[in-house]
Structure formats: C-alpha cells, structure tokens
Design a binder for this molecule. Sequence first.
Ligand code: BG6
Length: 484
Amino acid sequence: MDAMTFVLFGATGDLAKRKIYPALYNLYVDQKMPKAFSVIGLGRRELSDADFQANVEKSLHEFSRQKPEEASQIRDFIGAFRYCSLNNTKLEDYTRLLQLVEQREQELDIPANRMFYMSVAPEFFEPIALNIQESGLGNTKGWKKLIIEKPFGHDLQSARELNEKLSNTFAEEEIYRIDHFLGKPMVQNIETLTYANPVIQALWSNRYIANVQITASETVGVEERAAYYDQSGALRDMFQNHMLQLLMMIALHLPKRCTPQEIQYKKKKIAEALRPLTKENVASEVVRAQYGAGELQGSSVVGYLDEPGIPAGSQNETYVAARLWLDDPFWSEVPFYIRTGKRMAEKSTRIVIEFKSPLKTGHESENTMAPNLLTLEIGPGESMSLQLNAKNPLNQGEVEPMHMTFKSGERNVPEAYENLIFDAMRGDATFFAHWNEVELAWQWVQPIQEAFAAGAIPLDTYNAGSGGPESADRLTAENGFRWW
Ligand code: BG6
C-alpha cells in the first residue's frame, strides 16, 4: 500500500465522525493502512491539532467496531492527524493547505500521493475540485484520487454538469464515487455467490428465474434531515443510486476476467438494457407514497407532514416502488421489482430471487406449492436463505416450504466504509459507481422525476409502521406474483 496523505473535506461533520474515522482506525488496527500516512482534516471552524485529535479519538470510542484499547496504538494513529481550517470556496485557503500537505510529506519522507475525500454538502463539490486544481494541490508527482459522497447531481443534467467540472481536475480512473451499499459485505458477496457456485450460476437467467425483488425498508423517518430529504425524496435518496446499483449487481453476468473494468463494463450493459419508461407508461410501472401517522414498534409516530421542518402540504415521496424490465437475453420477461420506504414496519435490505415452477409431475400439491426462493439479506445482519419444499411428517406428510439458512455468526466484520476506503487506497474501483452507471441511472429515472413533478402519478399514503402502500401490490399482482 502506497504511503499517502488523506485530505478530508468535512472533517468536523457527522459522516467523518460516525464512519470515516472509525473506518480508518479499523484499517489501521487490521494493518491495512500504509506504513506512513497522514490525515489532514478540513473544516470551517478554527481547531487546534490537539482538539481535532481529541475529537477523532472520541469518535473511535463511540463508533468504532473495534474499540480502542491500547493507549500507544491510539497515540500512534491519532498522531497522524492534522487540522487546517478552510473555507471551501476560498482559493487562498488552499495555498495554506498545500503548504501543510507538502510539509507533512517532507516530515514523513513520503511521495506526494494524495487522496482527497469530499464529505461535504454537494454545492461544494465543484468549488473544491476547482480549487484543488488552481492551488496546485492536484499537480502532484505521485498519484491523486478523489472519493466523493452522494448525491451525485439531483437529475441527469446537474449530474452531467458536475461530472464535467470534476473531470477538469480528476480523470475518471481517479474518481471513486461512494455508494455505501456497494461496500456492504453481502453485496460484495454477490459476485462470488454467482461465479463460485455452479448450482447458482446454472440457474441465473430467465430460464429458471421468475422475478427478482429488491427491498430496502427502513423504520426511521426523515430524522433531522428535513431540508435535504424534502428536496430529495425516496427516488433520489435511495432509488437512483442504492437500489439501481443493487439491481446491476444482481443482474450482471460475470465476465471471465474479473477486473474492475470488466465488472464496470458489465454493469453498464445492464444499465443500458433497462427498458426506458415513457410518459405514457410511467404511471403504470411506478408507485409513490408518503407515510402518515402510525404505530411503530409500540410507539405512536407522526406522519411525514408533521415532522419538524417539513413544509405544509409537501408532496415529497417517502416510498417508491417500481417494476423494471431488462432487454437482455438473460433477463427478458423477468420483472425486477424494487421498493424502498421510510417508516416501515422493519429495517431490512434484501434481494429475493423467485424461481419458476416448471414442475409438471401431476402431483396434487403442485399447484399450491410455494415457489423456491433465494433470499439475500443484506442488512441489518447478513444471511442467505433458500426456500425449498419438503414433506412435513408432523402434518400428515403435507408438502410445506422449509428454509435452509446460512447466517454468519461473525459479528466483527469490516464495515462498508472500511471496505470502500481500503479499495480506493489500493486503486480497486470494483465497488464504486462509475460515471456511466450514474448517468444511465439518472437517465432511467428522469421520466419518473418528470411525472412526479407534473403530479402525473398519484401520491398514495401508508401508515407509519406498515409494509407500505397497498397500491404497490398491483405491480407484482399484475404479473401473477406477490412481494416477499
Ligand atoms: C443513505 C440515505 O444513503 O442510506 C438514508 O441517505 C438512508 O436516507 C441510508 O437511511 C440507509 O443506509 P443503511 O446502510 O442504513 O441501510
């Protein structure tokens, strides 16, 4: 692993505290950090190095998977951190930053490898990239890379503009667009599951698969993010990025050579195969809804419109479901159903593959038998489960579904941010969103955004604590299926 300087924009923010510092620390403990590195935290407020280091240490005690115990180890880790106050839009500040970066590179006697990480509000993405370029920070003799958080644009046009601006400073191979769902262990396992298991690989097409369902239900509501969420809604917040990424991951057929480029190429092929929605059919393929008041885990919770900071009469969706088709030889005629919502009965992200039932044995229970299902539980907790049919000796030998479930007992597995930061450091872009994918995903959701804006799709309601709006059942029922 190359020695490097990790330059973090948004160092006093929530994500840094909850995810990024713990991730760096766990990589450090697991000996996955370079031998020599420094972290330079940037934020608006004035902070001494010592105070910054103390804040970082506090975040480790609070949020790290492996709790810091050995004082000397923490000291060594924290000792790599420096702070520099910076106004993201002020070029002079970047000159000071460059001096600090160079000074640290000299002190450690390391090459000028620079990892820039944008964990800031999206309006700062462009000015930061520009200032990195203008100040000379980006003219380095070593490598430079950029890790960027979502949202990557708020529609096709703005995403293209942002990409254009970033590309003046960073080449595509230098940009690592984070979609933290791609860092989740079960999502990282999908490719292995399909290429390392002939049994699964043989079944991975429309010959055997009846439909695919991708669900991300959450119990949380808008939390303290009303200003952001009311502009974003479930479509931009979850669907355009996380959900479509999961679809690409589950649908891709693996190339013989599994390089990041090959995987990106295959993902792009899937995204290109998504059958476009039209103005005429968008309302029949998409359901949107907003939560009303309800009971969640024994407590009453307010509806979306009564959440603090939500404007009266907001038409923002907190739930979206859609039926998608891939015009691809492997997947033609297989519906992909996606749904995601806030304030639902349970927190669960999962993918369910429902298999066809081609049995024609004439057995009397044939028509009533449950389908075979392969369920990948992505979180919380990971598991994989196969629903098969078997005779129940305790119930007059009736054929009943049984479940073979594999659940890893291992609690202390690396978290998404650890996996992703590690990959970015070593230059593996497999689990990052390539620009092609982001662009195609925005392109696909564009007719939905337009239909929402024009009020062409009714905004249904569902009770908080429920399984979502009943109207979503139509999407599966029309093809003779149900949600799992
Ligand atoms: C984020 C969204 O990207 O993902 C949040 O902005 C959402 O609204 C979160 O709650 C869900 O992630 P996870 O890892 O908790 O399933």
